[in-house]
Design a binder for this molecule. Structure first.
Ligand code: NAG
Ligand code: NAG
Ligand code: NAG
Length: 273
């Protein structure tokens, strides 16, 4: 039963398979964090913004980053999915919130080692990305300097109580460094390289919130070379706003609706579930 319904979720059509990795440098690599059993979410991304002409022509490359499930049968399907579509990087550990930060490092490694990416973007599988406007915004803002771009938070404080509580042990300081919200941010290839080399010799501080961790690493990079911090609320954290660059918390149905509107030239939201 599980297998049957999965075959319906995953549309095994050539149309949705990825292109092989280009040897030439790419302008942007997009790493999409995804959970092993999010088959429908990945399919919705493939059928919508991954069809952007920049991705189809390999000027931009996008890949899902997925860790293993504790259920064997999910991993079996995941491996089949990865083999067929060619767009999944499977990370060799069981998924846990505390390890999400390792996925972000894996995205940097992929952008630097498997590709030569001028910029690296991180998003989630419920993020809808307008690839062309993100590219335009990078070009307008980088101006030859290392870039850190997204919906930036200044002087945010850790929550000390509740479900998402951060202990003093995990984060002793009172405030977080400036950091871009996790659902959609961009760094320069030079920053990604720095993250990879610092991680290789264990000089990277790892905090469970991947977006705060990135803020920390960029701050460290900024000591040696000034970084352009570029803020825009159009990298939406809570849902979707008109003329968005990225929209968050989008269900597969909303993704299809957003794409449908974009194709008809209207970057407007689909505010229902
Ligand atoms: C990415 O690079 C790693 C390390 O060099 C290699 O093991 C892996 O096969 C590469 N993946 C692809 C899809 O090229
Ligand atoms: C780790 O590697 C980076 C980059 O190569 C270097 O700048 C740094 O000094 C190294 N740190 C240690 C502790 O070896
Ligand atoms: C980055 O470094 C410059 C000095 O080179 C400093 O003025 C600036 O405050 C730093 N920015 C952040 C966000 O740390």
């Amino acid at each position: 039963m599980f297998r049957f319904s999965l075959q319906q979720v995953l549309e095994m059509s050539d149309k949705w398979r990825s292109q092989p990795l280009p040897r030439d440098p790419v302008y942007l690599f997009i790493g999409i964090l995804s959970a092993s059993n999010h088959f429908a979410e990945r399919m919705a991304v493939r059928k919508t913004w991954m069809q952007t002409s920049e991705i189809k022509s390999s000027k931009v490359v996008a890949r899902f980053f997925v860790a293993l499930n504790s259920r064997k049968e999910v991993n079996v399907m995941l491996k089949k999915e990865a083999e067929y579509f060619g767009d999944i990087v499977i990370l060799p550990f069981i998924d846990r919130y505390e390890l999400v930060v390792l996925k972000t490092i894996a995205i940097c490694e992929y952008g630097v080692q498997n590709l030569t990416a001028a910029h690296v973007m991180k998003c989630d599988d419920d993020t809808f990305v307008r690839v062309d406007v993100v590219l335009r915004h990078i070009k307008m803002n980088s101006l030859g300097k290392p870039l850190y771009m997204g919906n930036l938070n200044l002087l945010h404080r850790p929550l000390r109580t509740g479900k998402w509580a951060v202990t003093e042990e995990e984060w002793p300081e009172d405030i977080y460094p400036p950091y871009a919200n996790g659902p959609g941010y961009v760094i320069s290839g030079s920053i990604a390289k720095f993250v990879v080399s610092q991680h290789a010799n264990q000089s990277l501080r790892l905090f469970k919130m991947e977006d705060v961790s990135m803020g920390l690493w960029v701050e460290k990079f900024n000591y040696t070379m000034p970084v352009r911090y570029s803020h825009s609320w159009k990298f939406c954290q809570y849902g979707c706003l008109e003329n968005y660059y990225t929209a968050h918390y989008q269900s597969p149905r909303q993704m299809l609706c957003l794409w449908d509107k974009l194709v008809r030239g209207r970057p407007s939201c689909c505010n229902y579930r």
